[in-house]
Design a protein around this ligand. Structure first.
Ligand SMILES: Nc1ncnc2c1ncn2[C@@H]1O[C@H](COP(=O)(O)OP(=O)(O)OP(=O)(O)O)[C@@H](O)[C@H]1O
Ligand SMILES: [Mg+2]
Length: 334
């Protein structure tokens, strides 16, 4: 378990604060997303977790062990059990796929036989057994990331840290890498922390997420809750397309899980039961790890606002009133 309490980090050279008041818990087996805009402090927080950078206040423990208290040797030993992958793969171009994956075990002086067994096992896991002797330059981006994942798993880490690991990949390859990470999480029960600015990645792969804004946590919780509640921080990140909201009446956004085809009849039913016809201004259904989430915007008049919102509350539907100006604006209502 990774427990972070009141963590504070200041860049020592210029005294600027980069992380402030960070509180979060990552349970064993979680696939946890750290999201936020460029410069929000995601990579810095990730580097605090594996001790690559230190912090000045608060506490960060991994299985009860305070990272900033570790001495050099202890830190090296700790890092051995934390795998890390990056956007640009960091492979040795002159070495083969096999040698790249074998590298950490060779550094830690494992026997040739043990190394060979492990490398072949991992090549199979990441689906690259036939590319064992290829050089990185002859691989696609997705294949290179698979090599990097295999290399990160050689020391049987309990935690895998991914910093924008899919940002350089096309959507289809991104999906295949996410599927691989999900498979690894299920098979080996490894905890995965994913730093990303791609909300698709969060939706498809992660069970919990934290949204960082300028070094502070804006929202944190299960991905399902965050997407259903649609907090301002999420809306800012999604950079929703502007929809022209009418100035008259009330624009209401409704987010709900669509578990079977009949859930899609919500508005027809609501209209019939309330004997009130209203326009649907926007609607989309997104996949969320096998489930589907519907996000709609309807417009209701003054006279029906109360009956409509009561109807939604009684069915525990998540709704919020949108302000006409909110799209494309920073700040505004919560
Ligand atoms: N070594 C450093 N010294 C001083 N400031 C730094 C240093 N490294 C990063 N920063 C600053 O700290 C802030 C957070 O950087 P960080 O790399 O954690 O952001 P990020 O959320 O990962 O962004 P991106 O999505 O662009 O990778 C930025 O304002 C950055 O300029
Ligand atoms: Mg970063």
């Amino acid at each position: 378990m990774i427990e972070i309490k009141n963590l504070k980090k200041i860049w020592e050279d210029d005294g600027t604060s980069v992380l402030e008041d960070i509180n979060l818990t990552i349970e064993d087996g979680d696939i946890y997303a750290l999201v936020g805009r460029s410069g929000a402090g995601k990579s810095t927080l990730l580097r605090c977790i594996n001790g690559l950078t230190s912090y000045q206040g608060g506490s960060l423990t991994v299985d009860g062990c305070e990272i900033k208290d570790l001495k050099d040797k202890e830190l090296r030993e700790f890092r051995r059990h934390v795998g890390m992958i990056f956007q640009h793969f960091s492979l040795l171009e002159r070495e083969t796929v096999y040698q790249n994956i074998a590298l950490p075990m060779q550094c830690w002086k494992y026997s040739k036989a043990d190394t060979d067994k492990k490398v072949k096992e991992l090549l199979e896991l990441v689906g690259l057994s036939d590319k064992m002797n290829a050089k990185p330059r002859n691989l696609s981006g997705g294949q290179k990331q698979r090599v990097a994942i295999a290399r990160a798993l050689t020391m049987e880490p309990k935690i895998l840290l991914c910093d924008e690991a899919t940002s350089a990949l096309d959507p289809k390859t991104t999906n295949s890498i996410l599927e691989l990470l999900l498979e690894i999480n299920k098979k080996i029960g490894i905890t995965i922390v994913i730093v990303t600015h791609q909300m698709e990645v969060v939706r498809k792969a992660c069970n919990k997420a934290c949204i960082l804004e300028q070094g502070r946590i804006a929202d944190e919780g299960t991905v399902r809750d965050i997407f259903i509640k649609q907090p301002l921080s999420l809306r800012r990140l999604l950079g929703e397309e502007e929809i022209r909201l009418p100035a008259q009446g009330h624009n209401i956004q409704i987010a709900h899980m669509v578990n079977d085809i009949h859930d899609g009849e919500l508005f027809g039913k609501m209209s019939k039961e309330l004997d009130y016809v209203f326009p649907i201004l926007d609607g989309k259904i997104q996949e969320y790890q096998g489930d589907h989430m519907g996000i709609f915007v309807i417009n209701v008049d003054d006279a029906h606002l109360e009956t409509v919102t009561r109807y939604l509350d009684e069915r525990r539907m998540n709704w919020r009133k949108m302000s006409v100006k909110e799209h494309g604006q920073k700040g505004g209502e919560k």
